[in-house]
Design a protein. Structure first.
Length: 235
């Protein structure tokens, strides 16, 4: 099976390859070629991830040989910025939005499966490379991403990061779901980046999958599909 790939890289050497038709499927590396090579394993792992959560997905026999076709490449002079690819400019349908929101329930289920039984001291906000620090980062980033869509009811920072994550997610789902159809195609600028709803949903999925894998690494737990190498988290 052949997949369209969008590739971005920056002058610091970081590269990230995305499969836009599989929201949240990506690979990162220190150069574009290695990122593309990593996708050859990330794509079957993504389908396995969907199957594990009960979503319709082809089995290994139905996938065939994975091949890639790079349809767009973006080079950034500013490390840390994420591209809005021209492939993503077309507005999403409500059905596609609902599909992405459903996949966000899978990423959250994976995250809570790792941290739900940890003692409170492991969950407390702390340095960036601790479980509590990563959870706080996830909540703050999701809140910031959703805020790009326009005014939203304020969400207070909770002392318990799991409560904060739950409150932020509920607000995000409500705000995205309540957008008028025209806003699903709107492009807006923030911090030097172009955004739209498609990119926002992609980044929410990628970001939570990245950091769930990072937490799994900290806890010494292997994710069932080993979909992301936690040492290659891109922030």
């Amino acid at each position: 099976m052949r997949y369209a790939v969008c590739l971005e890289s920056d002058t610091a050497g970081w590269s990230m390859a995305h499969v836009p038709d599989l929201p949240g499927c990506y690979a990162t590396a220190d150069d574009p070629w290695t990122a593309l090579q990593a996708l050859l394993a990330a794509i079957p792992a993504y389908w396995a991830w969907l199957r594990r959560h009960g979503a319709p997905a082809p089995g290994p026999a139905g996938l065939g040989e994975v091949s890639l076709g790079v349809i767009e490449t973006v080079q950034s002079d500013t490390p840390g910025l994420h591209a809005l690819f021209e492939y993503e400019v077309a507005p999403l349908s409500r059905q596609a939005v609902a599909g992405c929101l459903e996949r966000l329930t899978y990423t959250r289920r994976d995250l809570l499966g790792l941290v739900g039984d940890l003692p409170p001291d492991r969950l407390a906000p702390g340095p960036a490379e601790t479980v509590g620090g990563i959870l706080a980062h996830l909540a703050a980033t999701e809140q910031a991403y959703t805020g790009l869509l326009g005014p939203a009811p304020p969400v207070a920072t909770a002392a318990d990061p799991l409560d904060w994550l739950a409150t932020v997610r509920a607000a995000a789902v409500e705000q995205i779901g309540s957008l008028p159809d025209d806003d699903y195609g709107r492009i807006f600028l923030y911090g030097g980046e172009r955004w739209n709803v498609r990119k926002l949903l992609r980044r929410l999925l990628e970001h939570e999958r990245e950091h769930t894998a990072q937490i799994a690494g900290l806890l010494g737990v292997a994710l069932p599909e080993s979909e992301v190498d936690y040492r290659q988290v891109c922030g």
